[in-house]
Design a protein. Structure first.
Length: 97
């Protein structure tokens, strides 16, 4: 092997080593990014679950508020009905009397 060929071989070996080092560094970086991606996906899933739970809680509160309003309306309706019944009873008593 000539000196020139030996030099080319050394340069080639050096470049191959550099490529191997770059490959290892990129593989490690890829693993780190995959881990970060997985963690991010877990956080997103947890946030979506929290949003769903909060939406359910909100809907339950809206329903409870509607029932509360209905109960107060019901009490008012009962009072009005009792008043109307008393007035009807008075009218019947006047007609019979």
């Amino acid at each position: 092997m000539t000196k020139e060929e030996e030099e080319k071989l050394r340069v080639f070996e050096t470049r191959v080593r550099q490529l191997i080092l770059q490959y290892k560094a990129l593989t490690e970086k890829n693993a780190e990014l995959q881990l970060a991606l997985t963690e991010g996906e877990k956080e997103i899933a947890a946030a979506k679950e929290e949003i769903r739970q909060l939406q359910d809680d909100y809907n339950n509160l809206k329903l409870a508020k509607m029932i509360e309003i209905s109960n107060s309306d019901l009490q008012g309706a009962k009072t009005k009905m009792a008043s109307l019944i008393r007035r009807i009873d008075k009218c019947i008593a006047l007609l019979n009397g």
